[in-house]
Design a protein. Sequence first.
Lengths: 320, 584, 345
Amino acid sequence: MAAYVLRRVLWGLVLLVLVSLLTFVVFYVLPSADPAQLRAGRNASPATLAQIRENLGLDRPMTAQYWTFLSQLAFHANLGYSYFSQASVGSLLVDRLPATISLTLGAIVIWVLVAVPLGVVAATRRGTWVDKLTTGGALLGISAPVYWLGLVALYLFADDIGIWPLFPGAGSYVPFTDDPWQWFTSLILPWIVLASTFTAVYARLLRGNMIEVLSEDYVRTARAKGLSERRVVWRHGLRAAVTPLVTLAGLDIGLLLGGAVLTEAVFGIPGIGQLNYQAIVHADYPLIQGTVLLAACFVIVANIFVDVAYAYLDPRVRTS
Amino acid sequence: MPRPVKRALPLFALCAAVLALGACGSSNNDSGAGATVDNGAGGQRGGTLTLLTSQDIQSLDPGITYGSLDLNLLSSAVRTLYAYAPDNPTDIQPDLAASPPQVSPDGKTLTVRIRSGVRFGPPVNREVTSRDVKYAIERGFNPNVANPYASTYYGDVVGAARATGGPIAGIKTPDDQTIVFELTRPTASLLAQATVLPLSAPVPPEYAKPFDAKSPSTYGNHLVSSGPYMIPADRDGDVLGNGYVPGRSLRLVRNPNWSAATDDRPAYLNEVDFRIGGSTTVSGRQVLAGDGLVLGDSPTPPLVKKAYQTARDQIFFSPGAGSRYAALNTAIPPFDDANLRKAVAAALDREQMRRIRGGKIVGDIASHFLYPGVLGFEEAGGLEGTGVDFLANPEGDRALAERYMRAAGYADGRYTGDETLQVVGLAGAPDSNDAQILDQTLQDLGFKTQLKLVDVSVMYGRFCGVPRARVHVCPNLGWIRDFADPQTVLNPAFNGEFIFPENNPNWPQLNDPAINRAMARAELTVGDQARADAWGAIDRQVTATGAAIPWLYDRQPNVFSADVRCVPELWNQGHCDLAYTSLK
Amino acid sequence: MSAGADVALCVEDLRVGFDTRDGLVQAVDGISYAVAPGRTLGIVGESGSGKTVAAMTAMGLTRGLRTRVSGRVLLDGEDLLAASPARLQELRGDAIAMVFQDPLSALHPLLRVGDQIEEAVRAHRGGASRAVARARALELLELVAIPNAAQRIGAYPHELSGGMRQRAMIAMALANEPRVLIADEPTTALDVTVQAQILALLRRLRDELGMAMVLITHDLGVVAETADEIAVMYAGRIVEQAPAAELFAHPQHPYTWGLLRSVPRLDAPVGAELVPIPGRPPSLIDPPSGCRFHPRCPYVRERHRTVDPALEPLAARPEHGVACLLPEAERQAIWSGLTKGASAR
């Protein structure tokens, strides 16, 4: 097991290098804003433009620029400086990470706590109103765009612009260390909005898996043993049905930690997603590289974790 | 230098419903409906104003930046030699200067007297002298700063051509209160106007030189204030992590060393908080419903409609916010033919272009390129226009368009040639709607078109500003002036000297020798009125070529909370001037 | 058959039908049997004969919205079909237990074998501690002769061989010393040598624990050694029922003949062909009129198409019942002819 994890980690590092190379190429090759032009303005003289390019190190050959970046990262753990604000990329990422983590973890808690019971109940009470409500609600949750849902949530419940002022409005996020209560209340609506899509997907998925699992032979055996229906459903049924969901959740968490751009935008949460978006708008290449690598890192770690977790959850996988 | 019309766009502009905001007063310098022009007199002292903006400011360094929000911020933190009062965007007023500029009769010398008693904020804390202004301008030529307009406006100063950040001989400081600019050409009038740009804001050399030695310079994060407000910093003057968190927040507090006696600004507010990030859609609603809030972004069309209909005194339409026009590439067929250009101009329904943006409230139909508030506007014809027939009817004139098509050699009045026109416009309503209207107009005239809608930076950076890209029509272009002098609007935009292979400002690539000569002469004209006459005439000439089709004199809407007495900067997109605005 | 005081399981006129979109599938159409403690009843039939459904219904495993059940299933006098879900839960795994066909799919793949057995123990010995249950599980594994039981108890089902798995499942079924054990095709998924071992195991356990056992299979070879009594099912009915030796010596029903003749035998002449039963199992939604076997019966008469025979005891040997309209004398003649090598007419 340890050897396996080590192999995956090493491969993950290779993947990160590839991701950084891809980001580098995409940034320079695809039509997008030129950071030098953005800083210079539309009709700086060519001489000024060239000077700004030099300033930002953009006039050097691409391979040299990439090599500088890579060596800085590998040997000095330095992600470079933002073109736009001249703050170090590392410090910007560290500054924004807690908000993204807060948002992601809270959303996960909600979606697990809601999706699992809903999925199980919908499966065991197929055809009843609970099942229909879950399926219908799931359809809404999956189809409703997160951004729209966020706006609706604010227009209904925000204390500054909502009809029923219950929760703090957009932009009221504060770090946990500043004011735990405000941190918590300002995240309730974002958590619910972010969790809604996932809850819908997972509840439906679990419902489907449960229905399948409950018709398996081993569930029949469990009943034949005289186990209580509750035990049959939760210990035998759910245990088998939940494994694919755990792996999916791991991947989704990895992705979300890279920044939930839309949710952060609507609610004005200063997380990695917004940082990434602003970096793109400003053609702030070092920052883009930083946020992309961070997101890639999370996804890779999530993948490794998920594979290990899967082996732990399903012993049949271990022997292969 | 002129900036393209590019106010911070909403983060995710929702599909805008076509607004049909009804008629209302629309004379050129009157704001029409909504809140009115204000000079700020008699406001209440105290309070904190919060400014919501989805985009970060570009830079705090007055030697680098000149986006409209950045200007808004800097105008309350640093003092340039001359500046505009919020309600007068045409005539410069002494700010750091003590008296109006003295231009020598030959136009080659500009002398400015500086007030005494103006002090830098912490950590420098001493009185501002003429040498601080000298250094501020010299550092603009330092490659580590690379000011975009230094060579354009200060380039005629003796010694500037070879300057790389060291002393410039042509800037003389005979004493602490006097600064003299000696020029190689008679452009002192222009230079006087140009000092309203932040480059002339004083920078203490002993403090700034270490920062300017770094590439790029880090002075921006160590900005020293000379105005009524400052950004809180640590003992070394570093604002990062103190008053400024990039992408998140910025605070302005009172500069303890500012003296009201030296300044016309009332500086009512105690503090201004910038909240950066979030979505314009939500922020706009918060501003309308809340207290003490101002929206730094351009409001979305639904918000404009809502404010106009339900909270009319919370929205201000700032006139003279810029001009919008469509450029036709005169360097390649088919629009190297003037008749075809005029045909397109005659066919375009400019009223429809305006209607889709919200109707009369968003501005006046443009008929030439200088716009209200810019010197020379009236001389070029004002709102009535220059008199050319192909722009006479704001709704377009199909019959006239066909006559021009026939004059170009297309007997049926429709294009039958081979070229497929590359049309590049902006993605996102309502700009994309305008692009589509023009695209349709072209097709109605028989042209085959390929319309691409892209992001604003891509439009300028990869298509319209790059002659190599061979784009035929760019519908969503426009200019915002640098200051009131008409040269800043016309020269880079239509002078053949300014055609560059990239970052090209002369989008139509107009290269008319007669016009080029006229511009060269007008550049050297001395005296505001004389310049207004000269450039006004050039505006008429440029309009007559049909190289670009002017269609709107923008009014930029601004929204603010009910308890905010906003004093709009007419010279800067109508942003509430932070040093004049107060809370009710 | 008679319901005596020493009958552990007694099934009376059990009928089980399923409402489907295509109609009512009458899977079991009136069967009755009884098993005494320490005795084995073998139920033989092809797929679709209703043998598994009958067994599952006895355990209450077919209860559902679309199931129509009538009749009685008496476990020591208590009707299982009428029992409440709570009572049924008490009895299952305790007084009546079942062993299923494919232990790889019938055991939970993600739980250890030992845990699954413990579960069975703790479900019915309320308050049994984990340690006690664990000890019992170990005991059971040794009972079913799994070598190295102390290690195997922590294994997952996929880590055991087919034979071990089946033994583990049997151990699980025996956890609470049931009165009745139903084994549904317990050896079908195993190879022949292991088959023999499992059958021997079942016989031994039955003797040791004094259980009544119902052994369901399609394979006559399996019941030959293990069953005391055999019931042959066809199309949801019992068509012949007799003590094992009697059935093999004097089979009465043409279907039984077909089954016997289609079994490969070591003592058959080299080159002798297997004789399959022609045709296919009938539809249970729309069964054939008259005798259900008549479409496939080589000896069918006109009357057989309209008259439905009931299960009746032979005159000479009342413990042997058959549902056939052919006269007994004629049947004996046909069977003698068949065993002497004449092919079916």
